[in-house]
Write a protein that binds this ligand. Structure first.
Ligand SMILES: [Cu+2]
Length: 240
């Protein structure tokens, strides 16, 4: 699979306009490793890394030692795994709703020595937990789970439950086609490829489509994060 790619630098000047093969590293590289080629290569890696960072599961480790969880507070993303490893003493992890009624889900294990316990947090929210034998000595912990950011774009979006951007590339405006599985769109953010927030907009009211003015942007690639309150989507668009 190949695309005709018009690549511009950050000031909007076209630096290459050629057929290229994204994510296909089996194609031999051109022998002349030019500056232009280097820029394209760098951009490909940045995008590949960003995609992985947005969809990948991360594992967070908590050491369980004498009367302390280290770190005692974690901020993670829904879908991430937390692994507690008991390195000494008789302890447990108790994050049950019986003990903490406000926890969005129950987790935990039994008191013992030398264990490893893991839990995947799929529901966003704030979770408290404790070690039952040592709660009186302050052996408590907290996990803050942020909502998962779904990654969608024209290439990756398969189902009809994804927001789509038309036209893409765009020159004057871009329209967000919003599936009816979304009750509302609360806000959107536009990022440069380097992750700088260029605009943040709050949206009110239910809508099936939204027009976003892109005429102010230089030519190039951008990311739009659409927050509906229950989920976030990150979409890629090209300004031409
Ligand atoms: Cu303990």
């Amino acid at each position: 699979m190949s695309f005709i790619y018009k690549q511009t630098d950050l000031s909007g000047v076209t630096v290459s306009d050629k057929r290229c093969y994204p994510f296909n590293f089996s194609k031999p590289m051109k022998p002349s490793f030019t500056f232009k080629g280097f820029r394209y290569f760098t951009l490909t890696f940045v995008l590949a890394f960003l995609s992985l960072a947005l969809i990948g599961q991360t594992t967070h480790n908590v050491a369980v030692t004498s009367n302390v969880f280290t770190p005692s507070q974690l901020t993670i993303t829904a879908g991430d795994k937390v692994v507690w490893k008991n390195d000494g003493g008789s302890h447990n992890v108790n994050g049950t709703q019986a003990t903490f009624p406000n926890n969005p889900a129950s987790f935990g294990n039994n008191v013992g020595t030398g264990w490893t316990y893991e839990f995947v947090f799929t529901v966003a929210g704030t979770y408290n937990y404790q070690c039952d034998p040592h709660v009186g000595m302050g052996m408590i912990g907290k996990v803050v789970v942020n909502p998962k950011i779904a990654t969608t774009s024209e290439e990756f979006a398969g189902g009809s439950d994804h927001i789509r951007l038309f036209p893409n590339p765009a020159s004057q405006y871009i329209e967000l086609r919003i599936p009816n599985t979304y009750t509302s769109i609360r806000s959107l953010k536009v990022y440069s490829v380097t992750g700088t927030i260029l605009e943040e907009k709050n949206i009110s009211g239910n809508t099936e489509s939204l027009r976003y003015d892109v005429s102010k942007y230089k030519r190039g690639m951008y990311f739009m994060e659409v927050n509906s309150g229950v989920r976030k989507d990150v979409l890629k668009f090209l300004k031409q």
